[in-house]
Design a protein around this ligand. Structure first.
Ligand code: SF4
Length: 228
C-alpha cells in the first residue's frame, strides 16, 4: 500500500472515531505541499501513436483506413505541419508522397541543413472521405494530438503548410486567410509559428514559389537567432 493510501485509511479511521480536525504540524504541512505539486505531463511517443491510431474522436475515424501519426525524430528542430492526408498518403502511411514530397524536401532544405532536423505531421491525422478539406470540428478534435506532439518534440520553430493548420493554432471563429497568416509570426507556448503555402499550391501556381521562398527566409532568420 502506498503512503497516500495508508494516510487515507488512517484519516478514515480518525473520522470514524469522531476526529475531524487535525493540527497543522510541520509533517502534515510537508505532506500537503507534496500533494499540491503539479505532476509533470509526460508524453510518450509510442503511447501517443497508439492513441492516434485507435482514435475515434471525430467522424473521420469511420472512413479512414489508418491515421498518419508523423515522420521524423523527436530531436527535430523544426516541426513541419501539413494539412491532412490524402489517398496516396493513407495508402503509403506517409505524411506526403510523390512529387509534392520532393517539392517539400527541396523547400525544407532552405531552412534545414539536414532533413533529419525536421519532424513532419498533419493538423488532422485521418484522411477525409474523397480527400475533401476537414470540417472545423474535425480540426479542433485533432488539435489535442498536435499539441501533445509539440510538447513532446519541443521544436525551435513550427512551420505550417496550407490553410488547415491556421485553424489548429488560431481557432475557427475568425476566418484568417493564409495570405494574412503568413505575414505574421505567431507563438505557441514560446515557440515561433510560421504559415506558408502547401507544395500543392506551388504546383498549381508557380508564382507561389517566390512567396514560399520569402516565408522560408523569415524562418531561416528566426532559426539563426535561436541558435546564436
Ligand atoms: S482526425 Fe484526429 S481526432 Fe479525428 S479520428 Fe483521426 S486522429 Fe482522431
Amino acid at each position: 500500500m502506498g503512503k497516500y493510501a495508508i494516510l487515507r485509511s488512517y484519516l478514515i479511521y480518525l473520522k470514524n472515531l469522531g476526529i475531524e480536525d487535525l493540527p497543522k504540524t510541520p509533517s502534515i504541512e510537508r505532506f500537503l505541499s507534496e500533494i499540491k505539486k503539479p505532476k509533470r505531463f509526460i508524453v510518450n511517443e509510442e503511447t501517443l501513436k497508439e492513441e492516434v491510431l485507435n482514435c475515434a474522436a471525430c467522424p473521420l475515424s469511420q472512413t479512414r483506413k489508418t491515421a498518419i501519426f508523423g515522420e521524423g525524430k523527436l530531436s527535430a528542430k523544426i516541426l513541419g505541419i501539413l494539412d491532412y492526408p490524402r489517398r496516396d498518403e493513407e495508402l503509403q502511411g506517409l505524411v506526403i508522397t510523390g512529387g509534392y514530397r520532393t517539392m517539400l524536401q527541396r523547400l525544407l532544405q532552405t531552412v534545414a541543413s539536414n532533413l533529419e532536423e525536421v519532424f513532419l505531421t498533419h493538423a488532422v491525422k485521418c484522411r477525409p472521405y474523397n480527400d475533401r478539406p476537414p470540417e472545423d470540428e474535425e480540426v479542433l478534435a485533432c488539435k489535442e494530438y498536435l499539441v501533445k506532439q509539440i510538447q513532446m518534440i519541443k521544436p525551435k520553430v513550427i512551420l505550417c503548410f496550407g490553410s488547415t493548420p491556421i485553424k489548429s493554432f488560431l481557432g475557427t471563429e475568425k476566418k484568417i486567410t493564409l495570405n494574412e497568416a503568413r505575414k505574421t509570426t505567431f507563438n505557441f507556448e514560446g515557440i515561433p509559428v510560421f504559415f506558408t503555402f502547401h507544395p500543392e499550391d506551388m504546383a498549381k501556381n508557380p508564382q507561389v514559389r517566390r512567396l514560399i521562398w520569402e516565408d522560408l527566409q523569415r524562418v531561416k532568420e528566426c532559426l539563426k537567432k535561436e541558435s546564436s
